[in-house]
Design a protein around this ligand. Structure first.
Ligand code: PMP
Length: 429
């Protein structure tokens, strides 16, 4: 793959920050050097002056994670831009176990799988967009889409094309039709503006809860090969799949090194810790890390160390057992919200059963624009929802959809909310 043709001038111009690279090399030397080595090199503050002396976190199994002595000093100190080495190697093993991408075995400059930790996957995605989008570049997405992505792409001047999709995700024939305006060889000519990448949320999409099927993924990947575009697989709801990872990921089929995958601990360990990770070809992951070197320097060391200690304590089996328990919780919530919707909204609205995640995407029958209903009238009846137009490139266009999240509410609250909403819809018809 010729990665440089995808990169923006800003990304191409990024060089390793000398102070960061030297610092990381020196940390490595110090960790392996005899005690006689004297280092006057690091610009790190002396952690003995920090007021925090220890921390203990109680985990649900009753065990604790104790950060004291050298560990608390490490937790409070600067750390490598890629992420702390112990968490990085844990996550690389996890990715190999879950996705086993062919690229694991490729040479470094030929698409070899690499991974970096970011401050939530939003941070990684935002950096990936800055790396890839020049004003006027063509980008493929499937609406409705996560506003965090949309509002990161829009100011970069991307020409955003919507690929038709349904409750099973992107429709390959719809994608083929869009691509047919180009010839495969056009990707070699920058003036033809062939799509640079396809961005999609393959599991439990935010806001729809829809998931892309494995067969469709295979077809889409083949189209990406034919027209030579990258795939950004934004998968923060991967660990909330009610069918428990039965669908192969784009990363797992990535024979070329054209997939950038965004993972997140936000839905499974903590959203406030802000830890996510990006997996993809080394040449592109390196560019994301160069960006981190000059923005936040690195993701939060304390957050990474907390997670790394927890994962070490649990082991892979313990982590996956926690994932299973979390899936059971959300699956139960999903079933309860569907029961409440069936009870109150049947005949008034339509929806599909979410296969993952925490959202129900509801279409109100007979109301072409739900904006006022959701933003004004529902609030007056004390029900908060998100109007559908927030998830479209053209937010001013009317839509009869809205998003209901079933993550935080009790069964009684779901029931009352939909009862109030049903009454309101009837009054508006
Ligand atoms: N992508 C999607 C589709 C999301 O729904 C979210 C979170 N709402 C993110 C990315 C950002 O996740 P994180 O907390 O890891 O930054």
């Amino acid at each position: 793959m010729n990665y440089s043709r995808f990169l923006t001038a800003t990304s191409l111009a990024r060089k390793p920050s000398p102070i960061r690279s030297t610092g990381e090399n020196q940390m490595d030397i110090i960790s392996r050097a005899p005690k006689t080595l004297i280092s006057l090199a690091p610009g790190s503050p002396n952690p003995n002056t920090f007021p925090f002396k220890s921390a203990a976190f109680t985990v649900e199994n009753g065990k604790t994670i104790q950060l004291e002595d050298a560990l608390i000093k490490t937790a409070l100190q600067y750390s490598p831009s890629y992420g702390i080495p112990e968490l990085l190697s844990w996550l690389k093993q996890l990715q190999i176990k879950l996705h086993n991408p062919p690229t694991v075995y490729y040479p470094p400059n030929q698409g070899q799988m690499d991974l970096c930790i970011t401050s939530g996957c939003q941070d990684g995605l935002c950096k990936a967009f800055e790396m890839l989008i020049n004003p006027g570049d063509t980008i493929l997405v499937n609406e409705p889409l996560f506003p965090g992505t949309l509002y990161a792409m829009k100011p970069l001047g991307a020409n955003i094309l919507n690929v038709p999709s349904d409750e099973h995700g992107i429709i390959p024939d719809g994608l083929k039709k869009i691509l047919s305006q180009w010839k495969p060889e056009d990707s070699k000519d920058p003036t033809k503006k062939t799509p640079k990448f396809l961005y999609t949320v393959p599991n439990g999409n935010n806001p729809t809860g829809y998931s892309l099927t494995g067969d469709r993924k295979k077809e889409i990947y083949e189209l990406a090969r034919k027209y030579d575009f990258l795939i950004i697989e934004d998968d923060p709801y991967y660990f909330l799949q009610f069918s428990k990872f039965s669908i192969p990921t784009f990363l797992s089929m990535d024979v070329d090194g054209r997939v950038i995958r965004a993972d997140s601990f936000s839905k499974i360990l903590s959203s406030g810790l802000r830890v996510g990770f990006m997996t993809g070809p080394k040449s592109l992951i390196e560019r994301i890390v160069l960006h981190t070197q000059v923005s936040s320097l690195h993701p939060c060391t304390l957050s990474q160390l907390m997670i790394s200690q927890l994962l070490d304590q649990w082991g892979e089996e313990g982590f996956l057992a926690h994932v299973d328990r979390t899936i059971d919780f959300y699956k139960n919530q999903r079933d309860l919200v569907l029961a409440a919707a069936d009870k109150w909204l049947s005949g008034l609205a339509e929806w599909h059963v979410p296969k993952a995640g925490m959202f129900l995407w509801i279409k109100v029958k007979g109301i072409s624009d739900t904006k006022e209903l959701i933003e004004k009238k529902a609030i007056e009846r004390e029900v908060l929802l998100v109007p559908g137009n927030s998830f479209f490139v053209d937010a001013s266009a009317p839509t009869s959809f809205f998003r209901a999240s079933f993550s935080l509410v009790t069964p009684a609250q779901m029931d009352t909310a939909f009862q109030r909403l049903a009454q309101l819809i009837k009054e508006c018809l």
